[in-house]
Design a protein around this ligand. Structure first.
Ligand code: DGP
Length: 222
């Protein structure tokens, strides 16, 4: 029996972590693993750079345009809202949705800029009401370790001091309103070991939700 049969819906699983923590690789592995087990799975990545809003974000991240801090923050959030109804509908139809980055990134990357008008609470507001993840798998890696992995340093936020601040803020989020969502995974281990830890955490949450029949939640005010 698959998750949808036991729970009456799919799961909302989010991956978070610093740039180069291995989110894309592990997302792809989990998608593959769940599909092999007969689950219906959809893989979503934020920012979704394919929509008109996503294209503005892409230009900004690649340094091809400038945006005022509040404006780009709201565009990232709008980019998630663009897909919110689809995510909800997929989950209701029994599909497990796996999301690479979500509003937690939205909060910490914007707050890390140090704009005094934009603390974590302010940054979280526009995302309140989005579908709430059943689990957020946080792939934990130091900024120094992340920097050693290839392909780092090309986009706007890929600088060590910035990533250090991002990591600290993720730590604050993991202790705050969203603390029950997070499971920390040591992303410094081998790809195989990380994948095994993820599989076991997903099995745990699926079993616990199947027992409680908990409906999909909404991101609550801080
Ligand atoms: P990725 O495509 O996963 O490499 O993400 C692109 C970059 O954008 C990455 O440095 C993290 C950052 N980012 C992702 N979501 C948000 C967001 O909602 N707000 C801000 N300010 N940055 C974000």
């Amino acid at each position: 029996m698959n998750t949808a049969d036991k729970l009456g819906r799919g799961l909302l699983i989010v991956f978070e972590g610093l740039d180069r923590a291995g989110k894309s690789t592990q997302c792809a592995r989990l998608v593959n693993d769940l599909e092999k087990r007969g689950e219906k799975v959809k893989h979503v990545r934020f920012p979704d750079r394919t929509t008109p809003i996503g294209k503005m974000i892409d230009n900004y991240l690649r340094g091809e345009s400038q945006q005022e801090d509040h404006v780009i923050h709201l565009l990232f959030s709008a980019n998630r809202w663009e897909l919110a109804a689809t995510i909800k509908a997929e989950i209701a139809a029994g599909t497990t949705v796996i999301v690479d980055r979500y509003y937690y990134s939205g909060c910490v990357y914007s707050t890390a800029k140090g704009n005094p008008d934009m603390d974590l609470a302010w940054c979280r507001h526009p995302d309140e009401g989005l579908p709430r993840p059943d689990i957020c798998l946080f792939l934990d890696l130091s900024a120094a370790e992340a920097a050693k992995r290839g392909g780092w340093g090309e986009e706007r936020y890929e600088k060590k001091e910035f990533q250090d601040r991002v990591r600290k803020l993720f730590g604050t989020m993991r202790e705050s309103a969203d603390k029950d969502d997070f499971v920390v995974i040591d992303a410094g281990k081998s790809e195989e070991e990380v994948a095994d830890s993820i599989k076991s955490e997903v099995e745990k949450v699926a079993a616990s939700l199947a027992a409680s029949k908990k409906p999909l939640g909404r991101v609550q005010p801080w």
